[in-house]
Design a protein around this ligand. Structure first.
Ligand code: LIP
Length: 273
């Protein structure tokens, strides 16, 4: 199994690097976009081209593998996770950043087998940050091994979270309540505009935890394995086990911090993937 994962990963990495050039060509922003689930949920032709490049390249090499891709699902494909090797793709995570020319977008590609993430690649080609992990082999940034921070208490933690792409009043209230909670109890708040890069920052030890309500499997599949291989944890924001299709995530440098945060968080339960 480990040899197979190595092979899948090496093939995927080359395809991701090639697809990254499509993003790099537009470092100054991308003015033309369409809206999807809300007026702040964007898709560009680059999202679609990157997803097409990844799926066509991977399916040529691994014809039996399955795919869950953000733009394919937006186009009507099913979002069904089976035990088969499945590539979970966010072609441009941080599309809002990409549109505005805020240089913080990435390709996020996770591979699940038996519904567990076993390899992940998060690639921001604009600033050349390549986060990678394979099951049991550690997590890396541009080839250098990375580890989560030592922070175990909320009062010492730098946290990131996102307002997301929904203007549902209950969700907005939850975002505001959590802002208040963190500003009262934590070290500080960051909001990077990309769930995958938020998770990569936890893996790097730059931040200590990240949570979000309303994300999708493609935003967090790669981040899940990268955080865990860096020594961190991924759980449900209410404290239970991580469920990749639940549209809820909390990752942290330690289980102690994750559980302390889970107790404090105002909760929101979106419809599942
Ligand atoms: C977005 C994330 C963003 C998060 C949104 C959404 P997209 O992904 O990058 O951080 O808040 O919920 O998932 O639409 O740019 O791929």
């Amino acid at each position: 199994m480990a040899d197979a994962i190595d092979e899948y990963f090496e093939v995927a990495l080359e395809i991701v690097k090639t697809a990254g050039n499509l993003i790099k060509e537009h470092v100054d922003g991308f003015a033309s976009f369409d809206m999807k689930a809300s007026d702040i949920d964007f898709v560009t032709e680059i999202d679609q081209k990157v997803e097409h490049t990844l799926i066509s390249g991977l399916s040529k090499r691994f014809p039996d593998h399955k795919f869950i891709g953000e733009e394919s699902v937006a186009g009507g494909a099913n979002c069904i996770l089976t035990d088969e090797p499945t590539w979970i793709i966010d072609p441009v995570d941080g599309t809002m950043n990409f549109v505005h020319g805020f240089p913080h977008s990435c390709i996020s590609l996770g591979l699940t087998i038996n519904k567990e993430a076993v390899a992940g690649i998060i690639y921001n080609p604009i600033v050349n940050q390549l986060f990678t992990a394979k099951k049991g082999k550690g997590a890396f940034l541009n080839g250098r091994q990375i580890h989560v921070s030592q922070v175990k208490e909320l009062r010492n933690a730098l946290l990131s979270y996102e307002a997301g792409t929904s203007r549902d009043p209950e969700k907005v209230q939850c975002v505001l309540d959590n802002f208040k909670m963190i500003t009262s109890k934590g070290h500080g708040i960051r909001s990077l505009g990309s769930a995958a890069l938020d998770m990569a920052m936890v893996a790097l030890g730059g931040s200590d935890a990240y949570f979000e309500f309303g994300i999708h499997a493609w935003d967090i599949a790669a981040g899940d394995i990268i955080v865990r291989e860096a020594g961190g944890v991924c759980i449900d924001p209410a404290g239970g086990p991580f469920d990749i299709l639940s549209r809820r995530v909390l990752c942290a440098s330690s289980m102690e911090l994750a559980q302390e945060l889970a107790k404090e968080l105002h909760q929101y339960y979106p419809e599942r993937d």
